[in-house]
Design a protein around this ligand. Structure first.
Ligand SMILES: Cc1cc2nc3c(=O)[nH]c(=O)nc-3n(C[C@H](O)[C@H](O)[C@H](O)COP(=O)(O)O)c2cc1C
Length: 156
């Protein structure tokens, strides 16, 4: 059987994982849940720096696809993540949200740091909304990004 496993801090990755699982008819588990270790896994994890959180807890032999959820949408960053995480299966990227109410002090400091980075780069159609999200919260959540992943599992 194939299942969906996710790790989520503020809920966007969980929402993508659950929505995807409902659409394709797979069971969906948090990485902290008990699940059958024989099942094949589509893993959804949020991006922190160049790492996909808790991907290290997944048995690589069972992994059939990886989905990262981040704020940035940058092919160079995703190539680096793929390399660092040694991802050898299909790899998809979705954009989540910044929920400042659900994060602690240090992430809030990081968000200010990122906002300054975007401002220094110059605010445009890409960096402007991320700048606002870092300072005030904001969402880039878009379920249409699930379509290629649904296509992938249906074509297997
Ligand atoms: C500590 C921390 C570090 C983050 N680092 C990055 C990052 O390097 N690049 C990025 O695009 N998003 C980064 N984010 C944004 C998260 O990936 C984004 O908010 C994601 O939607 C969180 O998923 P969740 O709602 O499932 O927790 C970071 C968020 C936090 C809290």
């Amino acid at each position: 059987m194939t299942i969906v496993v996710y790790s989520s801090h503020t809920g966007s990755t969980q929402k993508y994982a659950q929505t995807f699982a409902d659409k394709v008819g797979y069971a969906c588990y948090s990485v902290k849940d008990e699940y059958d270790r024989n099942d094949e896994i589509i893993y959804f994890g949020w991006l922190r720096g160049p790492s996909i959180v808790d991907l290290n807890l997944i048995d690589r032999k069972k992994l059939i696809a990886v989905v990262s959820v981040s704020i940035e949408k940058d092919d160079a960053l995703f190539r680096k993540v793929k390399e660092i995480e040694k991802i050898g299966v299909p790899f998809y990227n979705l954009r989540g949200w910044i929920d400042r109410k659900k994060v602690g002090f240090f992430p809030k400091i990081l968000f200010i740091f990122l906002a300054v980075k975007y401002k220094l780069k110059g605010l445009d159609d890409y960096t402007g909304p991320m700048y606002d999200a870092m300072l005030n919260g904001g969402s880039f959540y878009d379920e249409s990004g699930l379509d290629p992943i649904i296509e992938f599992v249906r074509s297997r």
